[in-house]
Ligand binder design. Structure first.
Ligand SMILES: NC(=O)c1ccc[n+]([C@@H]2O[C@H](COP(=O)([O-])OP(=O)(O)OC[C@H]3O[C@@H](n4cnc5c(N)ncnc54)[C@H](OP(=O)(O)O)[C@@H]3O)[C@@H](O)[C@H]2O)c1
Length: 380
């Protein structure tokens, strides 16, 4: 059993010490030599198009579909035809100008997605036409039909997985994999508790944990169609799905008759949700914060520190990638484990709404609505 968990979470390392939090936004160096030419209302022919913003603001107001100029291919560059790209919360925050990492303006939106290599420069070593690629890091600007990118900004992925799985692989499943692997040495039979369990990260946590023999207690916000959501998360492999209100109820004790209290809590929300979740963590257990959807600080009762010695940690995939630039073995091991899970049907793409590029405004608006439970994916 222990070996099974180790196999799935292989590539795990001892906990990473993160650099101090970024206070002022880091501005990324321009990833591609691509400039907007003029605004468009609808695509025509095969002219390269992209979703650009020239200033920060509300996405539906500042993002525009524009023609893009694709520059000449350099020796170390790769010409990519993008296939699909999701709209993630971090993409929205980057456009709003509130994310700790900002692209220089004008910028093409999107940090995640999958594309197919059309042409590779003379000194490109690892990629050839027909290969599928995903961003190696944040800031690529994936909401475009085509782009020319330096080879080092891309990672090859197998093309025998679905487009949706590949398009949503580089951020959420990687985050889920790392938070499960890097903070507590979990063994089969252990349990994990997480909030925003229906998020992209949450769905990946449920599936990776299931494949590793780890039980999950999944907290979601109450909603009119709650039974449908519970059914969906249970079908993914969730052991328990509860609402935030349930966290305070005495019936929570019943859950711990059949599974141990969690050694790991995954916090995507902040505020009250976190305080309640923390009550159920084992003494000396760890809570990892990776998201702040409620935009409220984490509140921890002093008793949790004094009498239960809980540990609070943070995780940012972007920082992990920076810390592992020289350790491509760990990156490859993680990608390999995730792709194997996908091939075995143990890790699926999050629930998605596929949207043609022209309908980007509706997709941006939908991605900011509560209780949608479906990720907007732009088809490029
Ligand atoms: N640290 C990292 O490296 C890293 C990596 C990936 C993602 N993230 C972060 O993780 C979070 C989730 O990303 P994702 O792509 O998985 O998101 P997603 O699929 O778009 O899902 C968003 C989730 O947030 C919940 N939510 C939204 N507003 C909320 C609120 N006010 N209170 C409680 N829950 C709320 C939604 O629940 P409802 O259905 O109830 O609306 C949904 O579960 C984001 O904050 C993102 O930036 C961080």
């Amino acid at each position: 059993m222990q070996q099974a968990a180790a196999r799935v979470l292989r590539g795990a390392r001892t906990p990473q010490v993160l650099s101090p939090p970024v206070r002022t936004p880091q501005v990324l160096s321009p990833p591609v030599r691509t400039l907007p030419v003029r605004a468009r209302s609808a695509p025509a022919g095969s002219a390269p198009l992209g979703l650009l913003y020239e200033r920060h603001g509300e996405p539906a107001a500042v993002v525009q579909l524009k023609d893009l100029e694709v520059p000449k291919l350099g020796d170390c560059d790769v010409h990519v035809k993008m296939l699909a790209a999701p709209i993630n919360p971090a993409d929205i925050n980057m456009i709003q100008g509130t994310y700790p990492l900002l692209s220089p303006l004008p910028a093409v939106g999107g940090n995640e997605g999958v594309g197919e290599v059309l042409e590779a420069g003379r000194r490109v070593t690892a990629l050839k036409p027909g290969d599928w690629v995903i961003p190696a890091d944040a800031g690529l600007g994936t909401w475009r039909t085509q782009g020319v990118f330096p080879e080092k900004m891309l990672l090859k992925v197998p093309s025998d997985i679905s487009v949706l799985c590949a398009a949503t692989l580089s951020v959420n499943p990687c985050t889920a994999f790392r938070v499960l692997a890097d903070f507590e040495s979990l063994v089969p039979g252990d349990s994990v508790i997480q909030n925003a369990a229906n998020s992209g990260v949450g769905q990946a946590v449920i599936q990776i944990a299931r494949a590793s023999g780890i039980k999950t207690i999944n907290v979601v916000r109450d909603r009119p169609d709650l039974p449908k959501l519970v059914e969906r998360l249970m079908a993914l492999g969730a052991d328990h799905v509860i609402t935030e209100e349930m966290l305070r109820k005495p019936e929570m004790k019943d859950i711990f008759k059949s599974i141990p209290r969690p050694r790991l809590a995954l916090n995507c929300v902040g505020g009250k949700s976190t305080t309640e979740m923390l009550r159920h963590l084992q003494p000396k257990g760890t809570m990892v914060t990776y998201g702040g959807m409620a935009k409220q600080p984490v509140m921890v009762p002093v008793s949790a520190f004094i009498f239960r010695d809980v540990r609070l940690r943070g995780f940012w995939m972007t920082q992990w990638r920076k810390d592992h630039v020289q350790d491509q073995e760990s990156v490859a091991a993680m990608m390999d484990s995730l792709c194997q899970l996908i091939r075995r049907g143990q890790l699926t793409a999050p629930a998605c709404t596929e949207v043609p590029l022209q309908d980007y405004r509706a997709a941006l608006e939908a991605s900011m609505k509560p209780f949608v439970s479906s990720k907007q994916i732009l088809l490029l």
